[in-house]
Design a protein around this ligand. Structure first.
Ligand code: ADP
Ligand code: MG
Length: 323
């Protein structure tokens, strides 16, 4: 459902909820930009509904999981096949911490849904349940040949870590093929894409949420057009139980929410998929291995640790402004 389209002389802004988060497209351009805003957000909805969602029965991922559960194999579209292949590479490079086959453990914790639920409905999985779900994951248990995915019983795909980034990749294609847009900012939750040139060549400013007070901005980055920025944080989706906080990014090694010392990870990478995947991966890996992973992919990173320290790699520094 699209809501809140506003029109100024040459600015359009459209806000929607999609992929469990607030999405916005703000465009500066001429008269046709309203349609472009709608196209970008509608594309995000279609991606979720038709391809990526683990929960919606209309999606390809849902059908793949169903078919893997019943027959141990499923046919996959070239689009999803490509995501699986790219994700396998990051799985290998991230010490198996970024894992899109972790669906069983993710649905056992169910933090994305419980984060919106009543306190009384919240339950923490038992250790033995966690062990069992954890055992049903890993790229060693799946095999993709051409358009057929085979998997051991129990494997469930979850593309929640990259959906927003993939939506930005589609947004970028739409904006680039339009002749009417001067500049734009697209956000799907904590994943942002900047496009075009602002007046007087001014840079785009992107605020990073304060992980300790999410209504505030911790610091601001300045970037050029055509930049993909993704932030993953332990504050994004979480539940509280017995005075303990459990967030939505899980460490496949422990089966529990990642406890790497990092509370916020921002990544600038060459496309939306990569920045989204790497931000999730680095949050699990922690500072040292996260920096190594970022280097391997030529990505720029900014980490905030639990003591409020800011850690960046040199490539990120040009984006820090008077913070
Ligand atoms: P957000 O959705 O808040 O932007 P992320 O992009 O970091 O955050 O993705 C978090 C989602 O990724 C979780 O909700 C879950 O669906 C999935 N996920 C959780 N742990 C992992 C992991 N270790 N590897 C890959 N995906 C994960
Ligand atoms: Mg991510």
């Amino acid at each position: 459902m699209l809501t809140g389209c506003a029109r100024n002389p040459e600015n359009y802004s459209l806000t929607d909820t999609c992929m469990g988060t607030v999405c916005n497209v703000s465009v500066t351009g001429d008269k046709d930009c309203k349609d472009i805003c709608e196209e970008v957000l509608t594309k995000g909805e279609v991606l979720e509904k038709d391809y990526l969602s683990r929960r919606l029965s209309s999606s390809e991922v849902f059908k793949i999981n169903q078919s893997l559960g019943n027959e141990g194999e499923a046919s996959v579209s070239p689009y999803i096949g490509d995501i699986i292949k790219r994700s396998e590479k990051i799985y290998m490079d991230s010490d198996e911490t970024f894992d899109i086959t972790l669906g069983k453990l993710i649905s056992l914790w169910n933090i994305d849904e419980l984060a919106d639920a009543d306190m009384k409905d919240i339950k923490i999985p038992e250790d033995n349940e966690i062990e069992l779900a954890k055992a049903d994951s890993g790229f060693d248990k799946i095999d993709l040949k051409d358009n057929t995915l085979c998997a051991e019983k129990g494997i469930v795909l979850d593309l929640g870590s990259v959906g927003k980034g993939l939506a930005l990749d589609e947004a970028a294609k739409i904006l680039k093929k339009s002749n009417d847009v001067e500049c734009a900012v697209v956000s799907f939750g904590g994943s942002i894409y900047t496009y075009g040139k602002k007046k007087d060549n001014e840079r785009f400013k992107v605020g990073i949420v304060d992980p300790f007070n999410t209504s505030e901005i911790f610091l601001t980055l300045s970037v050029e057009g055509d930049t993909f920025i993704s932030t993953s944080g332990t504050y994004e989706r979480f539940i509280e139980y017995d005075n303990k906080r459990y967030h939505h990014i899980l460490d496949p090694k422990t089966g529990f929410p990642a406890d790497s010392g990092l509370v916020s990870v921002t990544v600038i990478a060459k496309d939306g998929y990569l920045s989204d995947a790497l931000s999730t991966a680095c949050l699990v890996l922690g500072k040292d291995k996260g920096l190594e992973l970022a280097d391997k992919y030529g990505a720029k990173v900014l980490f905030i640790d639990k003591d409020s320290n800011i850690i960046t790699n040199p490539a990120m520094d040009e984006h820090l402004i008077n913070n």
